[in-house]
Ligand binder design. Structure first.
Ligand code: PEP
Length: 257
């Protein structure tokens, strides 16, 4: 970890019901205490629970996040949700390009880039998710794929806007599988991402941009991942559904030097 403030996100995906989402948010807020000041904490409930979870977060520093957003302000886009609708619910951050959106729903780099653009134009923060499949890793294409997703996703982003962007490196083969990249392998990809950002946006932006790791992070493996110099916290799926586990991961992000 470095002087960058770590950032830990809980991606609840399409899990929980209203009561258990409220209970989880309550338990997380209660468990964080003052420690949130040393770590940016983001919660990404399913859309229908944003309102309830947002009310629980209240003036707490935990950021309310959405798992997705549409590119247009309004119109005939059945089933989609706009940036202004997210603002109405006090949502301040959005996941864009999560591997399940890319590989299950079929979002391509061009759509991901448009979503990044729309979210930033609407003053939201963005967590841009990138990562290679197992076949791509075995074919030695990890860096090409990941940097290609970043190049495309950030194609229309300005230096000032980069202050509202977090990158989540999430190898597809590690998401929800129990398999985790080794700290050294993850660090190598994070270092490449940071080098690319420095090259494109300047050294100061490269040094300041937070790059999270995601993919089967648990309280057991979080500290050694977060100890890597270019890993600035995590995007957490399964382990974010239990308050104790999520809080332990937040603590690992805070206490890892
Ligand atoms: C995720 O959904 O972004 C994720 C990393 O999931 P998990 O922690 O369950 O692998």
């Amino acid at each position: 970890m470095t002087s960058r403030v770590p950032v830990v996100g809980g991606n609840w995906k399409m899990n929980l019901d209203l009561a258990s989402a409220a209970e989880l948010a309550d338990d997380i807020v209660a468990g964080l205490g003052a420690s949130e000041l040393q770590c940016d904490v983001m919660l990404f409930p399913p859309f229908p629970y944003l309102h309830t979870v947002g009310k629980i977060l209240g003036h707490h520093a935990v950021l309310l996040g959405a798992q997705n957003v549409w590119t247009e302000a309004n119109g005939a886009y059945t089933g989609e949700v706009s940036t202004s609708m997210l603002h109405d619910l006090a949502t301040t951050v959005v996941l864009v390009g999560h591997s399940e959106r890319r590989h299950v729903i079929g979002e391509d780099d061009a759509l991901v880039a448009r979503k990044v653009r729309a979210a930033l134009a609407a003053d939201l923060r963005v967590v841009l998710c990138v990562g290679e499949t197992l076949d791509q890793r075995h074919a030695g294409q990890t860096e090409t794929v990941v940097l290609g997703q970043i190049r495309s996703g950030l194609s229309d982003v300005t230096v000032p806007e980069m202050a509202r962007v977090v990158i989540a490196y999430e190898p597809v083969w590690a998401i929800g599988t129990g398999a985790t990249a080794t700290p050294e392998d993850a660090q190598a990809v994070h270092a490449s991402i940071r080098a690319w950002i420095s090259d494109r946006f300047g050294a100061a932006t490269g040094a300041a941009t937070r790059i999270q790791y995601g993919g089967s992070v648990t309280p057991r493996n979080a500290a050694e991942l977060f100890a890597q110099p270019d890993i600035d916290g995590g995007l957490i799926g399964g382990a974010s559904l239990k308050a104790d586990a999520f809080l332990a991961i937040v603590r690992a992000a805070i206490s890892t030097p």
